[in-house]
Design a protein around this ligand. Structure first.
Ligand code: FAD
Length: 543
């Protein structure tokens, strides 16, 4: 590469010098004319034009002999250095050195040019008045007909101001980065394709907590589920957002994390040449995402909420137990009534024994009255309103409410959630009840199996427009023969059936179906049982 550059520069030098030779300006050093006459031909520009070009060039140009003794310098050289031609001609270029350029730079310069290659770099020079400046220098070797170095052509310009601006920019960049890194909130600049252009320490720490998953992706998914529109597209249209709460679920069942997010649209300035005269022309649109972690305060609010839910569920449980007990009584009462009905019809057909028909009719009437009063006493289903629910949150609440039971039964809970789930419209208490039935059953199954290692694994994910919650336990499992019967009312397959009316899975199924979903026992699961609960969510992700 340097050789190619050397060749093209070398060609340019020959071209320029050949034109100079036709009419060297008055006062041009004899050595210079001698040097130029060894090079190039005279086919191109008129020589005077060459001289005028070199003379009027805004770049400081000098020509030296092989030991850097100056033979020629143009007017820009005089203006830039403050030295007149008379003061520099015959002197070494080192007279410009401010003596603060490291020796290694000069060694590199000389190693390069003595090898007949072009050297470019930066040197610290001083002007005639002693003022220092940063020079950007390009030195091309000029070869004689034998291929040896005859002269060096030096061109340099003052880049002090540019360097100052660069340093200022660098300082401002490091200042911005330091400020961003010191900020406790997660900050990321995301472009229209979802790529992260800039981030901070908190962002990287979060990435570590989520095992390398890009937090920008998690936030955009969570915000999409929360505010229901494509965030980057919305930002492209100039819409920002402020203080939207999102929940992210870390892997391996660690506590959920809460963030309050704001997004600001930042339009990158268009750096294309054609946009130079269009003031304020903007290029790509980016989103500056600022996410403030509020897990602690959210935890406190959740604790209070959990107490309320606990009370609510206890009441629900009480009503449920009453419903189960009364339903069981109605169910059991129906048996003798059916017998009385049969006896009545038999006695009627066999010829009524005196008084028996009347007694049976009265027994039947009383029995039906009793069933009616039991029906009247049956507490009605609670009229719960639909709300936007996050399934991860509901399952997590149920797990927290069951913690004491897990500890008492020595159960290890492996909680594997999808980091973000779409919201769905549902009855939170009913859904909590559903999850609690299934999880309680898993604990019961483990207690009955009596194994040393007892584990419940709960996973959440989305499949084909449905949120799927799977609850696995390593207990005795559910034989295929009763896989469907377990959902029948009053079916109880536990060996120790105390406190079990056999209505739990019936209720759970009722709740799942009323949410347009289903509950199913995985027939292929080995080493325990696995229950799938599927709940459809709306297409647009809106709750
Ligand atoms: P020096 O002792 O002169 O040189 C330092 C080191 O450079 C030496 O140890 C040696 O490794 C190497 N060196 C020096 N001269 C030669 C040589 N003739 N052959 C081989 N190696 C050598 N310097 C500036 O500071 N500012 C300029 O603007 C500048 N412009 C130049 C333009 C041209 C066309 C050329 C050819 C050189 C230019 N130089 C410039 C380099 C200059 O000639 C000096 O080498 C440099 O200034 C260091 O000078 P010094 O007296 O501090 O040390």
């Amino acid at each position: 590469m340097p050789e190619m550059q050397a060749k093209s520069n070398y060609g340019a030098v020959i071209d320029a010098i050949s034109r100079f030779l036709a009419a060297p300006p008055e006062g041009t050093p004899v050595e210079l004319i001698d040097a130029f006459s060894q090079l190039g031909d005279k086919r191109f520009l008129p020589p005077r034009l060459f001289v005028e070009t070199v003379e009027q060039s805004p770049v400081a140009i000098s020509i030296t002999d092989p030991s850097a003794r100056i033979l020629y310098a143009n007017s820009a050289f005089e203006r830039l250095t403050g030295f007149t031609r008379e003061q520099v001609i015959g002197h070494n270029e080192s007279m410009l050195s401010s003596k603060s350029t490291p020796l290694s730079v000069y060694q590199d310069l000389w190693d390069t040019i003595r090898n007949k290659l072009v050297w470019s770099g930066k040197l610290v020079n001083h002007r005639a008045n002693g003022e220092e400046y940063l020079a950007e220098l390009c030195i091309s070797p000029v070869l004689n007909s034998d291929g040896g170095v005859a002269y060096y052509l030096g061109m340099h310009r003052d880049i002090t101001e540019m360097h100052r601006l660069e340093q200022k920019l660098r300082f401002q960049k490091s200042l911005t980065e330091a400020a961003l890194d010191a900020a406790p909130m997660v900050v990321a600049m995301i472009d229209g394709d979802g790529r992260v252009l800039l981030d901070n320490h908190s962002y990287k720490a979060l990435q570590g907590d989520f095992r390398g998953v890009e937090p920008a992706e998690l936030f955009t998914d969570a915000l999409k589920a929360q505010i229901g529109s494509d965030l980057l597209a919305a930002c492209g249209e100039g819409k920002g957002f402020t203080n939207v709460d999102v929940r992210l679920d870390p892997p391996s069942g660690r506590m959920p994390r809460w963030f309050t997010c704001s997004g600001v649209r930042i339009a990158e300035l268009d750096s294309a040449a054609r946009s130079f005269f269009k003031a304020g022309a903007s290029g790509r649109c980016c989103l500056l995402l600022i996410a403030n972690e509020v897990t602690d305060s959210r935890e406190r609010i959740n604790e209070a909420r959990l107490t309320m839910i606990r009370a609510n569920m206890a009441e629900q449980q009480l009503v449920q137990t009453m419903r189960e007990a009364i339903s069981a009584s109605i169910f059991q009462f129906q048996v003798p009534i059916n017998i009385v009905k049969a006896a009545l019809s038999m006695s009627a057909s066999a010829g009524d024994k005196p008084g028996l028909g009347a007694a049976l009719s009265e027994a039947l009437e009383r029995g039906e009255e009793a069933i009616e009063s039991l029906h009247a006493a049956l507490p009605g289903p609670s009229a719960e309103q639909n709300a936007s629910v996050n399934v991860n949150e509901l399952v997590h609440e149920v797990l927290r409410l069951s913690t004491e039971r897990f500890l008492a039964s020595g159960v290890v809970v492996d909680w594997r959630t999808a980091p973000v789930l779409p919201a769905l419209s549902g009855r939170p208490n009913a859904l909590r009840g559903l999850f609690k039935y299934v999880i309680d059953n898993a604990v019961d199954a483990l207690n009955e199996a009596g194994l040393d290692y007892r584990e419940i694994r709960i996973e959440t994910c989305t499949v084909d427009g449905e949120i799927v919650v799977s609850v696995m336990d390593n207990g005795g499992g559910i034989p295929d023969a009763i896989r469907l019967r377990v959902f029948e009312p009053f079916y109880c397959g536990w060996e120790h059936a105390r406190n079990h009316a056999g209505m739990g899975l019936t209720m759970a199924e009722e709740v799942a179906i009323s949410h347009g979903g289903s509950i199913e026992i995985d027939r292929d699961f080995l080493g325990g049982s696995r229950v799938f609960i599927r709940l459809p969510y709306p297409d647009d992700g809106e709750a």
